[in-house]
Design a protein around this ligand. Structure first.
Ligand SMILES: NC(=O)c1ccc[n+]([C@@H]2O[C@H](COP(=O)([O-])OP(=O)(O)OC[C@H]3O[C@@H](n4cnc5c(N)ncnc54)[C@H](O)[C@@H]3O)[C@@H](O)[C@H]2O)c1
Ligand SMILES: [Zn+2]
Length: 354
């Protein structure tokens, strides 16, 4: 098993990564959680696939389980569901001496994390992420949130889990599209901070070879995110490197009403678009775009920007929350594995997205 230590200003926790970890979760939790009750928050897809295993593992370790199941999908990260979860926690008489497990992808992780952060002013919780996106990105870093009608992730908090337990075996049931979605973030980590990881993925003979090596890839990605989060917990500086490809990516997702592209697919296009332009402006080492395009295509991610109204797209981008005065912060690659924050005046944004 690989373990990464997250040491933050007020708390510390460990990120555990191992194939088959789900089967030993009960005894691992038992080493530090001495209460009786556990609320397991999950979605119905994950529940159908792994719910009974989770229940058996925890019951065998002596715990009483209260399962709270929501519908799968982004629309579940809502105030309505938050209220539903609060009510279920109350019914089960969960209190600050108990434990919540977020068992699912990023939707469950963000919603359950926010419920844990706010119910009774904070219940201890752990993340057991089940999608690649959540195993290498959303389950660590402490950001929890729900979506509001006016926008995504607008109500949230920073609330770190007591531990993150990653079992890459759970990825075997993901759809190919969901797998590729998560790989977009892995490509991002390599591009911004780990030239070797990027090269290894680039030189893999096939997507299957990348998948065969996923445990190591998750470890490397989590290590990078953890280091950035430790340096900049509140996302005011270096942590923003994680936004590479995301400003344009978010805008592409929104432009298409979140219907056409998954998050990872839009980030794939965002990384390519910004790098094509930064390379042309000699802000990025030549050849970076071509390598990025090759790797993203291998991961079965889109590489062709769709036809879009550029004025409309730039309006969406300038309404992005990361605008500071007349400037926006974009993340650029200096070269593969090396990235930096670059201020762009709002008037120059079009030259980066055309
Ligand atoms: N907190 C953060 O730092 C952070 C970072 C990135 C993304 N996010 C959030 O994460 C969310 C996206 O997460 P996601 O991509 O995991 O989506 P998701 O949670 O919606 O999961 C995608 C789909 O996969 C299904 N699924 C989950 N595990 C499965 C498995 N093992 N086998 C088969 N199917 C499975 C789910 O039921 C769902 O239908 C977004 O809401 C995003 O805002 C948060
Ligand atoms: Zn992302």
């Amino acid at each position: 098993m690989s373990v990464i230590h997250a040491r933050l200003s007020s708390v510390s926790y460990d990120i555990h990564i191992q194939k088959g970890l789900l089967y030993t979760l009960g005894s691992q939790i038992a080493s530090w959680y001495k209460g009786n009750d556990i609320a397991v928050i999950t979605d119905s897809t994950v529940d159908q696939l792994y719910g009974s295993t989770m229940e058996n593992v925890l019951t065998n370790a002596g715990y009483k389980i209260h399962k709270i199941t929501i519908a799968p999908g982004e629309q579940s990260k809502s105030l309505i569901n938050l209220n539903y979860v609060y009510n279920k926690l109350a019914e089960a008489e969960i209190n600050r001496g108990n434990l919540i497990i977020a068992f699912g992808g990023g939707v469950v992780g963000d919603l359950a994390g926010f419920a844990a952060a706010t119910y009774m002013r904070g219940i201890p919780y752990i993340q057991v992420p089940t999608t690649l996106m959540s195993q290498l990105d959303s389950s660590l870093g402490g950001k929890t949130a729900i979506n509001l009608k006016v926008g995504k992730n607008l109500a949230g908090s920073f609330y770190h889990p007591k531990g993150v337990y990653i079992d890459p075996m759970l990825l075997e049931t993901l759809t190919p599209r969901a797998y590729s979605d998560g790989l977009a973030e892995a490509v991002k980590y390599g591009a911004i901070k780990d030239a070797e990881l990027f090269r290894e993925m680039l030189h893999a003979a096939s997507l299957e070879e990348i998948k065969d090596n996923i445990e190591e890839i998750i470890f490397r990605c989590c290590s990078i995110k953890n280091t950035l989060v430790q340096k900049d917990e509140m996302d005011k500086g270096e942590r923003q490197l994680l936004n590479f490809g995301h400003t344009i990516g978010h805008a592409i997702e929104k432009y298409h009403d979140y219907q056409k592209y998954t998050h990872g697919e839009a980030v794939s296009l965002g990384m390519l678009q910004i790098t094509k332009n930064s390379e042309a402006l000699k802000l990025t080492e030549k050849g970076s775009f071509e390598a990025l395009e090759k790797l993203l295509a291998k991961c079965k991610l889109p590489t062709e920007m769709p036809q879009m109204d550029i004025t409309q797209l730039s309006v969406i981008i300038t309404h992005d929350k990361k605008t500071v005065g007349n400037h926006m912060r974009f993340i650029l690659l200096r070269s593969l594995g090396n990235s930096y924050i670059h201020q762009i005046s709002k008037d120059d944004i079009k030259s980066f997205i055309v």
